[in-house]
Design a protein. Structure first.
Length: 258
């Protein structure tokens, strides 16, 4: 079973371009909001030099690398938690993944329109964070009355209710559920609520070609990974030798996707 990661972000931040480079699948990449209506899905083998070293010792009949399933999800806009844009579909698609890869626009190409009219990474991150939090608040608002009834019947129900209320309080203060310091028992108690903000998040800073070595500030307490989706898309179309020469010409030792 592979790990499933949803590629998310505002419209026109480079999600589909990144997905195409990751999977060589050729998913639709276009310069208008909601180009991705149905999520594209691609299975990607994880490169690991240790596999080759082990195979040289053991000589297996077949080498099977670990895989990651990437899901290119429709762009989110402000109000998605209330159904704006493709909000309901977007949130449902995220709910089915194990983790979130959020692409944040740092590049300045004037030919690619920004949904809010200007490039502002901090604002973009806050928009998506807010929508995920609001969606989880909605989930808990619906679940807590049911949990209150269950709490009267058994201790497990009481524990779930206690944790749900704790998380709701944190969400209302603007914190993602994953940052609330829940222990393993608390996380297990609310697992079946499938809260969006409990999922691990990796931030991808989609930067201009000349900013790949830029020192970027943390995003929501996490160090972002700088990648130029345009460069990665170009590399995906080259054979290994051409790709190597291209990277050397840019002063890079490996692709950002590696």
């Amino acid at each position: 079973m592979s790990l499933s990661i949803g590629i998310v972000g505002l419209p026109n931040v480079g999600k589909s371009t990144l997905f195409t480079a990751l999977t060589n699948k050729g998913g639709l990449a276009a310069n208008y909001p909601f180009a991705t209506i149905e999520p594209n899905v691609g299975i990607v083998p994880v490169p690991d030099a240790r596999l080759d070293a082990l195979a040289a010792i053991d000589h297996p009949a077949k080498i099977v690398p670990a895989t990651v399933e990437f899901v290119d999800i429709a762009g989110l806009v402000e109000g998605a938690s209330k159904g704006e844009g493709l909000g309901n579909q977007f949130l449902a698609n995220i709910r089915e993944t194990d983790a979130i890869c959020e692409v944040v626009r740092f590049f300045s190409d004037p030919d690619v329109v920004h949904v809010n009219g200007k490039v502002n990474p901090t604002s973009d991150v806050e928009t998506i964070k807010t929508e995920l939090i609001l969606a989880d608040i909605g989930t808990l608002d619906k679940a807590i009355p049911r949990l209150e009834k269950e709490a009267k019947r058994d201790k497990a129900g009481a524990k779930k209710l206690e944790v749900a209320k704790k998380v709701l309080e944190g969400l209302n203060e603007g914190h993602r559920a994953r940052t609330l310091g829940l222990d393993e028992d608390e996380q297990a108690a609310i697992y079946d609520l499938h809260l969006l903000t409990m999922k691990p998040i990796l931030y991808i800073a989609n930067v201009d070609e000349d900013a790949l070595d830029a020192d970027l500030a943390e995003i929501d307490g996490c160090a972002p990974v700088p990648i130029s989706a345009k460069v990665e898309a170009d590399l995906a179309e080259l054979d290994p030798e051409e790709a190597k020469e291209y990277l050397e010409a840019m002063g890079l030792s490996e692709s950002g996707l590696a």
